[in-house]
Design a protein around this ligand. Structure first.
Ligand SMILES: C[S@@+](CC[C@H](N)C(=O)[O-])C[C@H]1O[C@@H](n2cnc3c(N)ncnc32)[C@H](O)[C@@H]1O
Length: 248
């Protein structure tokens, strides 16, 4: 992609941000966008699944950072929104990288065969987040160390308690909450839940043990513990970000 093409995409994204503010569209904004792009870069994401397209802002933002062979699938239930998204994606010149599927994600996910997504972005019906994730897991659509990002976990916490409990406490993910603000009101707190699939089975038990050791600040025991084949950086990320909640 040339510098000019990239510039055109950023101009379009700025336009979509203004439209979202004007029309009160529940699109992510530049703050969440920056966090998501950093995670994509860190995890070298090349295949992305997005649930909830709206007018295509987040899809365009993410696809623009993918390598030439990268792919983003985005699912939108509303025909008009899917149409608007396709138009914007076309305008961005990203139709080759983004596939918009217009249907209910609960019906679409079970049909997505053969994909292994590096990153999943959940941003559709807030009370359905857990159902999306369970379907994605059941279809084996993620890699061992894929990342799942869920939007609006403070604003709509009540609607997704089951989801948050699952990613935080099931042991299948190492999950952290990254605070942001509402796109429309900087005084309203919101957050992204960033959940990395646990790379190995011992993770949960180790985290439980680390929890005990952290209380006594027994750094020597902690160092010994993390010598087992676990991803050190994930454990440390989890500890610092979540301040180690007590696990059941
Ligand atoms: C918050 S908006 C998505 C914003 C978009 N990710 C962005 O940041 O630009 C949520 C979208 O999810 C769609 N949606 C809601 N339930 C859905 C479902 N079950 N399947 C697919 N899309 C759904 C809504 O129509 C809406 O356009």
């Amino acid at each position: 992609m040339t510098k000019d093409e990239d510039q055109q995409i950023w101009t379009l994204l700025r336009e979509l941000e203004q439209i979202a503010i004007r029309e009160h569209l529940p699109s992510i904004g530049p703050i969440e966008g920056k966090i998501i792009l950093e995670i994509m870069k860190k995890h070298k994401a090349t295949t992305v699944l997005e649930i909830g397209t709206l007018h295509g802002y987040s899809a365009i933002l993410m696809a623009n950072s993918l390598s030439t062979d990268g792919k983003l699938i985005t699912v939108e239930i509303d025909k008009n929104r899917a149409y608007a998204a396709r138009k914007n994606i076309d305008k961005a010149g990203l139709s080759n990288k983004i596939k918009v599927i217009c249907d209910n994600a609960l019906d679409v996910i079970p049909t997505l065969d053969g994909y292994k997504f590096d990153l999943v972005f959940l941003d559709a019906a807030k009370s359905e987040y857990l159902q999306y994730l369970i379907l994605i897991e059941a279809r084996n659509l993620m890699k061992e160390d894929s990342v799942v990002i869920a939007d609006n976990v403070i604003l709509y916490e009540n609607k997704m308690k089951d989801y948050l409990e699952y990613v935080r406490d099931s042991g299948r993910y190492i999950s952290q909450t990254t605070e942001t603000t509402s796109t429309f009101n900087k005084n309203v707190k919101d957050a992204l839940e960033i959940s990395i699939r646990s790379k190995n089975k011992f993770c949960y038990n180790v985290i439980r043990k680390v929890d005990c050791f952290m209380n006594t600040k027994d750094k020597v025991k902690l160092e010994k513990l993390i010598k087992i084949p676990l991803d050190y950086s994930y454990i440390m990320l989890f500890l610092t970000a979540n301040k180690m909640r007590r696990l059941p």
